[in-house]
Design a protein around this ligand. Structure first.
Ligand SMILES: [Mn+2]
Length: 369
């Protein structure tokens, strides 16, 4: 195989010229190198943004908006913001997304469709937001592979395969919500608190409340514009700062499972069904713990293992030296340089061994091991 470095930049990855399609080498470095990663800025961003807006403006039938399974703040905020803006323009737009309890305050009663779509409505157009590799199986509530109409994909993941009718994909953007904001501006939709608040929430959550390194001047300017448009930052912060009792009960267990590896450079923790049952918690509540362990001083990488028994989901976070994305891709997943994930279809012991091997390889690659 031949590899070329396509673009210069800190987050660049090797891009394979000969990706072996249909070859499943999930647990090897080969898989990582075979995946196409393109973390560069989209040079045609403004044109593509206009094209997305043009498709939406011209469409007279139903517009269905989807995002990824286990919707996070960016997925929900982007979907709600776009659906509301389109409805203000007289469009028949529906956000199809399962609302996690901690974000329930964002959506009004009956506003979003939370059940799987059984049949595609006549003349539908779909918008897929924030789905990390534009993989139909990662799209929640619909079988996108069975859809033959136009698909507009707006996303900021380097692992996106860019196969939609219009792929507006820019991994240098901090959040999909930031890109949705550009689309709303391009559409000429009126701004209101209802449109601006979910979009600001998406930016807020994907930047770790404006704490991560992706908090650029562009992000802060966009946030300022959204507050000016009526976005309710106080409510967002107030809601996101609250945790359920079960969160704390589970936190005790999560902290008990913490391990420091590779001389303290890597921190991991694990959650399984038994821990959830004891704490009275649900899987939905687990996602936030990776940022808790990530705050351990001296670590470069954090990984939270969601142990489902037959399979394990890895949530990987980096402080900037190591690529969480490379490790996730090597484990069969995808994501960003600093935040990525993978589902390993094997019991914990094997998933752990795979992670340890890939984390070590990444530490060696950057000269830390
Ligand atoms: Mn996102």
């Amino acid at each position: 195989m031949k590899y070329t470095k396509l673009h210069a930049g800190a987050n660049d990855e090797l891009v394979s010229n000969a990706a072996p399609r249909g070859r499943h080498v999930r647990s090897s470095r080969l898989y990582c190198l075979a995946m196409t990663l393109a973390n560069h800025a989209e040079p045609r961003y403004a044109d593509l943004c206009r094209e997305v807006a043009r498709h939406l403006s011209a469409h007279t039938g139903p517009i269905l908006i989807f995002s990824h399974v286990d919707a996070d703040g960016d997925a929900l905020g982007s979907s709600l913001g776009l659906a509301r803006a389109l409805r203000l323009l007289g469009k028949d737009a529906t956000a199809c997304v399962k609302v996690p309890n901690y974000l329930r305050f964002l959506a009004s009663e009956g506003e979003v469709r939370e059940t799987p779509l059984e049949a595609w409505p006549e003349g539908a157009l779909t918008v897929v937001l924030d789905v990390d590799n534009n993989d139909p199986v990662r799209v929640d509530l619909a079988d996108l592979a069975s859809f033959s109409g136009p698909v507009l994909n707006v996303d900021h993941h380097g692992t996106n395969k860019r196969t939609a009718t219009v792929s507006l994909v820019d991994p240098t953007k901090a959040a999909t919500a930031l890109m949705v904001m550009d689309v709303v501006n391009e559409l000429g939709a009126p701004w209101s608190s209802e449109v601006a608040t979910p979009i600001l929430l998406g930016i807020n959550t994907d930047t770790g409340s404006f704490k991560f390194s992706n908090t650029t001047p562009e992000v802060l300017r966009a946030a300022a514009d959204l507050v000016e448009h009526g976005a309710d930052l106080v409510t967002i912060n107030e809601q996101l700062a609250q945790q359920s009792r079960s969160y704390f009960a589970l936190l005790r267990e999560v902290l008990g499972s913490m391990e420091f590896l590779f001389g303290g450079l890597v921190v991991i923790a694990r959650v399984d069904e038994g821990m959830l049952a004891r704490a009275g918690a649900t899987w939905e509540e687990v996602e936030s713990y990776v940022s808790v362990i990530r705050s351990a001083r001296g670590t470069e990488l954090a990984c939270l293992f969601k142990d489902y028994g037959a399979s394990v989901k890895l949530s990987v976070r980096s402080r900037g030296k190591l690529s969480a994305q490379r490790i996730a891709v090597a484990c069969g997943g995808g994501g960003h340089f600093a935040a990525a994930g993978a589902t390993v279809k094997a019991p914990f012991v094997q998933a752990r061994a795979l992670f340890d091997r890939e984390a070590k390889a990444e530490l060696e690659r950057v000269g830390l091991a």
